[in-house]
Design a binder for this molecule. Structure first.
Ligand code: FAD
Length: 383
């Protein structure tokens, strides 16, 4: 066991850090304030190769391991949670299922443009009536000749409208299981611009306000038969496997937010004086910082371990669930304490910690709430 990062990883981190500091940080407040999807930053990230980090070179990616990719999300999230999740949804939720479950034709058709960032990806599973209970979905796909016809809607879709390629989960029929009828769920690749595919409500959110969160609407949307991703009826498994990877991405977003808030707080308490001393000289401040830093380090080890598990194991659901659960809760706790240690200034939008606190909350909710992560973990303990 070795906890030191390789030279290659350190070099990659330096690259991500410099990009985050120079290109992302200066825009972060504006992106939040104006709820502005950072299109220019996405174009710059594409140029730097950040949109295809774990995709093999043969499909136009950088051919790096999952740890390098999650370090990218972490460094971006240290300065802007919005930018972190754009990369995470694109990579983990759209490219990864195509790479894992796609046919050679699908990989050749979709991955190079996605990995180069010419196109952006998204993932549509959630529906108004099907959140945690993802099997409760209603969107249907019916085979008609050489085409699948999609009808229904998805809600809360990250990268919505800006994405060009969508992984969509839909019901393709019913199957008998142990004498009971169950939904048969399949997954599809749907391109923006397909007739019958439109965008509805854009959500106004508490945090990650530059991230575009849209409703997707399918009205007799016809897609080619060969856009079925994986086997018919295997869509739920594909979605769950995809979310295992996605959870490591969100865990690294949460980790980055916590680290960013901690860094700013350390700087602040060294400067700010009350009672003739810096507030960093009060033991309460020191102990708060010690607890925050220890939890961040524990979260980091879980997140990195999950990334290593994704690189080496077929199944990494529990590692991903633990990393997301813990990192998200640490992000919420650390950002809340960061606001407190900034005093009144922490509550003012000019100081970034309040944005980080708002951004942190979503990491406990999306890609499976913390309760879902506890279900996954306890399920494996008691099986
Ligand atoms: C900003 C944002 C971006 C998102 N991006 C995407 C995306 O790109 N693609 C996508 O498909 N979805 C996306 N989602 C959807 C997200 O994954 C869901 O909101 C989340 O899974 C929770 O579902 P829900 O909102 O329907 O809550 P509900 O399922 O209604 O849950 C409400 C509460 O009840 C709890 N609960 C539910 N069932 C149980 C149970 N059995 N036991 C204990 N507690 C339970 C939950 O944990 C939660 O606390 C996004 C959501 C948001 C807000």
């Amino acid at each position: 066991m070795d906890f030191t990062l390789s030279k290659k990883h350190e070099m990659a981190r330096t690259l991500f850090k410099e990009f985050a500091e120079n290109e992302v940080k200066p825009l972060a407040q504006d992106v939040d304030e104006n709820e502005q999807f950072p299109e220019e930053t996405v174009a710059k990230m594409a140029k730097s190769g950040f949109l295809g980090i774990p995709i093999p070179k043969e499909y136009g990616g950088q051919g790096c391991d999952p740890l390098t990719y999650i370090m990218c999300v972490e460094e971006l999230s240290k300065v802007c949670g919005t930018t972190g999740v754009i990369v995470s949804a694109h990579t983990s939720l759209c490219m990864d299922p195509i790479l894992t479950f796609g046919t050679e034709e699908q990989k050749k058709k979709y991955l190079p443009d996605l990995a180069s960032g010419k196109k952006l990806g998204a993932f549509g599973l959630t529906e108004p009536g099907a959140g945690t209970d993802a099997q409760g979905q209603q969107t249907k796909a019916v085979l008609d000749g050489d085409e699948w016809v999609l009808n229904g809607s998805k809600c809360f879709i990250t990268n919505g409208k800006y994405a060009d390629v969508y992984i969509i989960i839909a019901v393709t029929g019913t199957v008998e299981k142990r004498g009971r009828k169950q939904k048969e769920i399949s997954s599809f690749i749907v391109e923006k611009g397909t007739p019958g595919f439109s965008f509805g409500t854009k959500e106004k959110k508490m945090g990650i306000r530059g991230s575009a969160t849209y409703e997707l609407i399918f009205e007799d949307c016809r897609i080619p038969k060969e856009n079925l991703l994986g086997k018919k009826g295997k869509g739920f498994g594909i979605a769950m496997h995809t979310l295992d990877g996605g959870r490591i991405g969100i865990a690294s977003q949460a980790l980055g937010l916590a680290e960013g808030a901690l860094e700013r707080t350390i700087e602040y308490v060294k400067e700010r004086k009350q009672f003739g001393r810096t507030i960093g000289q009060f033991q309460n401040t020191q102990f708060q910082l010690a607890d925050m830093a220890t939890k961040v380090e524990a979260a980091k080890n879980l997140v990195y371990k999950a990334a290593m598990a994704k690189a080496t194991q077929k199944v990494y659901s529990v590692e991903a669930a633990m990393a997301k659960l813990y990192a998200a809760e640490v992000a919420m706790e650390v950002t809340t304490k960061a606001v407190q240690l900034h005093g009144g200034y922490g509550y003012i939008r000019e100081y970034d910690v309040e944005r980080m606190m708002r951004d942190a909350k979503i990491t406990e909710i999306y890609e499976g709430t913390s309760e879902v992560q506890r279900m996954v973990i306890s399920g494996s303990l008691l099986k």
